[in-house]
Write a new protein. Structure first.
Length: 249
C-alpha cells in the first residue's frame, strides 16, 4: 500500500490512519475506471470541492495494475491510499442478522467504517463475504460494503429506507431505465430471495449475484437471473481511461 496526503500535490505519508469524515473508493484496472466521475461527485457532495489539480495529479499514481484506491477527508486533510485490488468476486455469500443498525451517517461513506468492522466481527458467519444491514422490520437495506437489488420478474427492486447512494446501483438503475425496465422501491425481506434473484453491487466487484443468504440456521439460495451474464459484461465493459468531467476547480 502507498499512502499520500495532499499538500498542493500528493506527498508520501507514514502516519497512522485516523477516523474518516468522508471516503470514496473504486476499482482502477490498468489505468481504466468505471464511473470515476460519479465517485468524485459523491465524495465532493460531502467533503466539498476537490482542489485544483487533484484529479490530474491523482491519475499518474494509478496507472498500473489492479488497484483499489481510496480518497478520504480526515480532520481537514485529503488523503490517498493506493491499495491492491483483489480478484473480482464471481458470487457473494451473505450473512443476514436481525441486529441494531450500526450506521450513524448512512448517506455518507467513511464515518461508519469502524462500526461496520465491528458489525462484521460480531455477526458475520464463517465462509460468508459480508453482512447485511437490516431495518427494524427485518428488511434488507444494504451490506457493510455494498448495495443490494432484487429482481421480481422484469422489475428491478431497490430497497426501501435509507442507504448509501451507491454508484454501481445508480449505474444499474440507469441502464434499467434506458432499457425500459421498471425500477421500484420494495421492502426486501430475506425470505423473498428464495424465489427472486438477489445481486450484490459495488465498484470493486461489479455485479455479483448472491449465491447464499445465511439467515440463522437456514441457507437461502437465490435463483440466477436469466440475463445476468449480459449485465455483468455490460458493467465490466464500462471501464475507460478518460473522465467525462471532473469536480472542483
Amino acid at each position: 500500500m502507498r499512502k499520500y496526503a495532499w499538500h498542493g500535490s500528493f506527498v508520501p505519508r507514514d502516519f497512522p490512519d485516523g477516523p474518516l469524515d468522508v471516503a470514496d473508493s473504486w476499482r482502477h484496472s490498468s489505468g481504466r475506471t468505471n464511473g470515476l466521475n460519479l465517485h468524485l461527485e459523491r465524495f465532493s457532495r460531502a467533503a466539498g470541492p476537490l482542489p485544483a489539480g487533484f484529479v490530474e495529479k491523482l491519475m499518474p499514481l494509478l496507472s498500473e495494475g489492479e488497484l483499489f484506491p481510496r480518497i478520504a477527508l480526515s480532520q481537514g486533510l485529503l488523503l490517498l491510499d493506493v491499495r491492491s485490488a483483489p480478484p473480482p468476486r464471481p458470487t457473494t455469500a451473505l450473512t443476514f442478522a436481525q441486529a441494531p443498525d450500526p450506521r450513524t451517517q448512512p448517506e455518507v461513506k467513511g464515518p461508519d467504517f469502524a462500526a461496520f468492522r465491528a458489525h462484521r466481527s460480531r455477526y458475520q458467519l464463517a465462509g460468508t463475504d459480508d453482512t447485511v444491514i437490516a431495518d427494524k422490520h427485518g428488511a434488507m437495506l444494504e451490506t457493510t460494503t455494498g448495495a443490494l437489488v432484487m429482481w421480481d420478474g422484469d422489475t428491478l427492486c431497490v430497497p426501501e429506507g435509507v442507504w448509501l447512494p451507491s454508484v454501481t446501483l445508480h449505474q444499474v438503475a440507469a441502464r434499467a431505465a434506458q432499457l425500459g425496465v421498471s425500477v421500484k422501491r420494495r421492502r426486501l425481506k430475506p425470505e423473498l430471495a428464495a424465489e427472486h434473484p438477489l445481486w450484490f453491487l459495488n465498484s470493486l466487484h461489479g455485479i455479483s449475484p448472491v449465491s447464499e443468504l445465511h439467515v440463522g440456521d437456514t441457507v437461502i439460495t437465490p435463483p440466477v437471473h436469466p440475463s445476468f451474464d449480459e449485465w455483468r459484461d455490460w458493467w465490466w465493459g464500462g471501464f475507460c481511461r478518460e473522465l467525462k468531467h471532473t469536480t472542483g476547480n
